[in-house]
Design a protein. Structure first.
Length: 219
């Protein structure tokens, strides 16, 4: 039996993994909603939520359930979160799975890792409030405005995350014109510490190919 902690990307909550969770039957699964992304979170909560707050969400969840030997999974923005959480988790994370997700190095921030397409989304999406980025496009109506500060905070890593033996990166090849992950895929392809998997879906691989995601997690 494996313990999974699933962390959603920008604008989403635990429901982002609803197609995957039933495929992990027999295992322990914790799907999180990060601070500021909950339907009852008020404006002050959204305004003060940054990357460190989201990392603390993961660490508190690990502590609350006294979890060890955890497979930590993150989609998109949550790659930032799981990287920092694993770095601070004192050996409780045994595997990282980045689902079309950022793999930052010390001192990097989401804003510096994305492309002009996403920077435009952030500028336009935060113009009204100044602290929250409204969901782009016409996606799932459950999406919430995302805390701007979490996109703008530098990550701080000690190097402990590099001790994790198994690290998987999924590259979604079905949105080549917009993806910010092409250079990351090249970098990780050349790194023997990473296993890179390519799937011909759009960015939301958990919805488009839930069986693929489940099979990868269970492999």
């Amino acid at each position: 039996m494996t313990t999974f902690m699933l962390v959603p990307g920008g604008w989403k909550g635990s429901w982002a993994y609803e197609a995957v969770v039933p495929l992990l039957v027999g295992h322990v699964v914790h799907a999180l909603t990060l601070t500021g992304l909950g339907p009852s979170d008020d404006a002050a909560t959204v305004a003060t939520a940054n990357l460190d707050v989201h990392v603390d969400d993961v660490l508190r969840a690990l502590d609350h359930a006294d979890l060890t030997d955890v497979t930590l999974v993150g989609h998109s923005y949550a790659g930032m979160v799981i990287t920092a959480a694993a770095d601070r988790a004192a050996g409780r994370v045994s595997r990282l799975v980045h689902l079309d997700a950022f793999v930052p190095r010390d001192g990097e921030l989401w804003w510096s890792l994305v492309n002009d397409y996403f920077r435009k989304l952030i500028i336009e999406g935060s113009a009204t409030s100044g602290y929250a980025v409204r969901p782009p496009g016409n996606g799932d109506p459950r999406r919430r405005p995302h805390p701007l500060a979490s996109f703008m905070q530098e990550i701080r890593l000690t190097g402990e995350v590099d001790r994790i033996a198994r690290r998987d990166f999924v590259y979604c090849s079905g949105w080549e014109e917009q993806t910010p992950f092409a250079e990351l895929r090249t970098r990780l392809d050349a790194d023997p510490h990473w296993q890179v998997h390519v799937v011909p879906t759009g960015h939301n691989v958990m919805n488009e190919a839930p069986q693929f995601v489940a099979d990868l997690l269970l492999s």
